[in-house]
Design a protein around this ligand. Structure first.
Ligand SMILES: NC(=O)c1ccc[n+]([C@@H]2O[C@H](COP(=O)([O-])OP(=O)(O)OC[C@H]3O[C@@H](n4cnc5c(N)ncnc54)[C@H](OP(=O)(O)O)[C@@H]3O)[C@@H](O)[C@H]2O)c1
Length: 329
């Protein structure tokens, strides 16, 4: 079978197709015959060894991904899944491949009716979006600022905020094209603000009548983090869940910046799964119902053959994606 790996850090071209034997599932694992793989931003950073967490990325690198497919082999001690089940699996290591191993505990059954590229969003991005919504306690009537709102997670967050009854949703993007602005609006934002402009916080103040916002959902950090904090109304919540811009300018915040009654919460998907398994299980059911019911739309920006993994990374690094980028074997 084919697998995509890299043996040195660098540009997307370091991603190579290799031939290996299918992996053998160990205890608690299943082997999935892959239909589609959702490609995540973090793996472009790991490929460059540019993640400011957890030490150097291991080599050879085998990117993670959101995998959809059918279970075709079971390891020992797997009780809830059967051969032939259609599934989505998250945090799959060595995911850009014809067949992958996934932990059964991180694998959910999904209906046949959801197309594979769309279903990749059930595996992690959709769940991360619900996790962010929950820790941000988004409620009806809130004014919500969603950073990187055209991204794989961002475009789900604008919709989830709307479904919660947010009064106003403001989406941001970096120097967005007219197409990106239209995309963000179509997915639930009332206003789109360009956060590469120095005066972007003034624009948010302007569109909120000087009031600021109840919630900031920040996956960007760097240049925008501190300004997001300043934009919070009293009792406002800032959810910090990513650091796409952190390489340029790490946020530095003093405790006194929180005076004014502001809540800051950081969240990580793995910690949420471990700490709130019931909530995560509910999130998975909610996601399937929203997608099946047509209330949550998963935008698929590009579907590329597995061998074009480098192109998938190039698209994400060029910041042109509107929603998800997907590989198919
Ligand atoms: N906490 C968790 O457990 C968790 C789990 C999964 C993902 N995440 C994080 O959530 C975020 C979104 O993930 P995703 O896969 O959906 O990615 P994505 O939003 O599709 O892509 C990242 C976006 O970040 C924006 N960005 C801002 N500054 C950037 C910079 N200096 N370089 C590159 N991009 C920059 C870009 O949008 P514009 O060009 O429009 O500015 C880019 O498209 C990522 O930061 C990711 O690491 C966190």
């Amino acid at each position: 079978m084919r697998i995509i790996r890299y043996h040195e850090y660098g540009d997307p071209d370091v991603l190579r197709v290799e031939k290996v034997d299918p992996p053998v599932p160990g205890s608690g694992q299943v082997r999935i015959e892959v239909e589609a793989i959702g490609v995540n931003f973090i793996d472009t950073r790991l490929r460059r060894n540019a993640v400011p967490l957890g030490g150097p990325a291991p080599l050879p690198g085998e990117p993670h991904g959101d995998v959809v497919g059918r279970v075709e082999a079971l390891g020992p001690d797997v009780t809830d899944l059967r051969i032939g089940d259609r599934v989505a699996a998250w945090s799959v290591h060595a995911a850009y491949a014809d067949m992958v191993l996934a932990e059964a505990a991180r694998t959910m059954k999904i209906p046949d009716s959801i197309e594979a590229p769309v279903a990749t969003a059930l595996a992690s991005t959709g769940q991360v979006a619900i996790n962010v919504r929950e820790v941000g306690r988004i409620a009806a009537g809130d004014v919500v600022l969603v950073h990187a709102a055209a991204g794989a997670i961002g475009h789900l967050l604008t919709q989830l905020a709307r479904l919660r009854g947010a009064k106003r949703v403001i989406g941001t993007a970096g120097a967005p094209s007219p197409e990106k602005v239209e995309f963000i609006r179509r997915h639930g934002a009332d206003v789109v603000v360009d956060y590469r402009r120095d005066d972007w916080p003034d624009r948010v103040r302007e569109v909120t009548g000087g009031q600021g916002v109840d919630v900031v959902l920040d996956s960007v950090e760097g240049r925008v983090f501190k300004a997001g904090l300043d934009l919070l109304k009293p009792f406002g919540r800032l959810v910090y869940y990513g650091f796409a811009d952190a390489s340029e300018d790490l946020a530095s915040v003093r405790m006194t910046d929180l005076f004014g009654i502001k809540y800051v919460v950081a969240t990580a998907f793995d910690a949420w799964l471990a700490g709130a398994p019931e909530q995560a299980a509910r999130a998975r059911r909610e996601l399937i119902e929203h997608v099946r019911g047509g209330r949550l739309s998963v935008a698929v920006h590009a579907v590329l053959p597995l061998e074009e993994a480098a192109e998938a990374h190039r698209i994400i690094e060029s910041r042109e994606q509107l929603g998800r980028v997907v590989l198919t074997p």
